[in-house]
Design a protein around this ligand. Structure first.
Ligand code: CTP
Length: 398
């Protein structure tokens, strides 16, 4: 994706078995276009050697405050000059304690103290070390100081125990760093998003629903949050993790989704309806399980409220974005929906391109016409849509 193109990163590696994951992280950063300089603590260098990082990054790796390779002997300052961030992965309990107290007794801690750029840490340690009140206090202090703490995760640990303290995987850390560098194009905006299917109960165990996975809506919530917005996500029944920093309201039926949206909508600047809301619900859901009978059965279904249309018809509507999933004549149907619901922007996609999958091919339809996006992973598509919304709402005001 080359989203880190031109970024200068200092990758700090402290002493922990998770140091082996830092080598993979360095490779991912470099592959994505970043310039990476690795700085290892003495213990870090016992787990993975500086030579590994030198080979992976194409730059000398550093360990020593007194390294004579730096002409002015100012490695503690020079290495972070022009850096866009310092990322310490793994960050040991000892290193977090040092950071929290402003100690600077080796090259990496001195660089962190003398920095003029964001500091991101990925803690990694045994679960008891993580749970220790001292570590918790230190992490809290670091967060208060503006340090970004990624993880840890819970799971099996090198010591054989299971619990909180595992460092996030390299791919996950890489994604978080990419997210961190996203332009804050929606800073200060409040975004309300619906996602997933709805489930319309017929009896206690059956109902009408559809195949929406919620992935596109969740990706948009994540992309909006990454862009600096305050995001509320009203989600139908899906198995998707809540994106970092997003406030989530779980609902089941279209009526519940409608009610949740109407409670939130007055406080939002941008409304994005991604949910595949069931157009109809059984008119009379029954409390007891329907028993099989040897004859045809009739179910009366009645229309659900159109949430998006209702939001767009408010006297002072937020900027409304709709989704149109079609299986043919995409532009005709999607533009028709845009006109009918009076939306400034509709995202059209062919169901065969996106439903349930991890990537999507969409076209953006607005007053200026059709903008086709190339097929891409849903998060990348979501970032492009958010960029487009930011551009349109920037010119529009509210
Ligand atoms: N939508 C909504 N409430 C509904 C139905 C749809 O908010 N009850 C929103 C969806 O979140 C999406 C857009 O409206 O943004 C989809 O438009 P719609 O015309 O309802 O699409 P379909 O239901 O797919 O229409 P059709 O079945 O006629 O193709």
């Amino acid at each position: 994706m080359a989203e880190l193109n031109g970024k200068n990163l200092v990758l700090g590696v402290t002493g922990g078995i998770a140091a082996y994951k830092a080598a993979e992280l360095a490779r991912l950063f470099v592959k994505d276009g970043a310039k990476v300089v690795a700085v290892l603590t003495e213990s870090g260098a016992r787990f993975v050697t500086p030579a590994t990082f030198q080979a992976l990054t194409g730059n000398p790796a550093w360990t020593d405050l007194w390294d004579a390779r730096m002409p002015d002997n100012m490695a503690h300052i020079d290495l972070t000059r022009g850096a866009d961030a310092i990322m310490v992965a793994p960050a040991s309990a000892d290193f977090l304690a040092k950071l929290a107290h402003g100690l600077a007794d080796d090259l990496l801690s001195t660089l962190c103290l003398a920095r003029d750029c964001p500091l991101i840490v990925a803690p990694a340690m045994n679960r008891q070390m993580w749970e220790n009140p001292a570590t918790q206090r230190n992490v809290k202090r670091l967060v208060e100081d503006g340090v970004i703490v990624l993880g840890p995760d819970s799971g099996e640990q090198a010591c054989g125990e299971t619990g909180m303290g595992r460092m996030l995987e390299a791919a996950g850390l890489f994604e978080e760093v990419v997210a961190f560098f996203q332009p804050k194009r929606l800073a200060g905006r409040r975004v309300l998003i619906t996602a997933g299917p709805t489930f319309e109960a017929l009896d206690p165990v059956r109902g009408l629903t559809n195949l929406s996975s919620g992935k596109m809506g969740f990706a948009l919530a994540r992309a909006a949050a990454e862009a600096g917005a305050s995001v509320t996500l009203v989600a139908g029944p899906v198995a998707q993790p809540t994106p970092r920093g997003v406030s989530r309201i779980d609902v089941v039926s279209a009526l519940e989704m409608h009610a949740a949206v109407m409670r939130q909508v007055a406080d939002c600047d941008i409304f994005i309806g991604v949910a595949a809301v069931a157009d109809y619900r059984p008119a009379r859901p029954v409390a007891d399980k329907i028993k099989k009978e040897d004859k045809p059965m009739e179910i009366t279904i009645e229309p659900n409220p159109d949430i998006l249309a209702e939001v767009a018809a408010r006297p002072q509507p937020p900027f409304c974005v709709g989704f149109a999933a079609e299986n043919r004549d995409l532009e005709k149907y999607a533009e028709g929906k845009r006109q009918k619901k009076k939306l400034p922007l509709v995202i059209g996609n062919l169901v065969q391109d996106g439903l349930g999958g991890d990537s999507n091919t969409v076209a953006l339809l607005d007053d200026r016409g059709r903008h086709q996006l190339a097929p891409a992973p849903k998060l990348e598509v979501a970032r492009a849509i958010i960029g487009h919304i930011a551009q349109m709402t920037g010119a529009r005001g509210k």
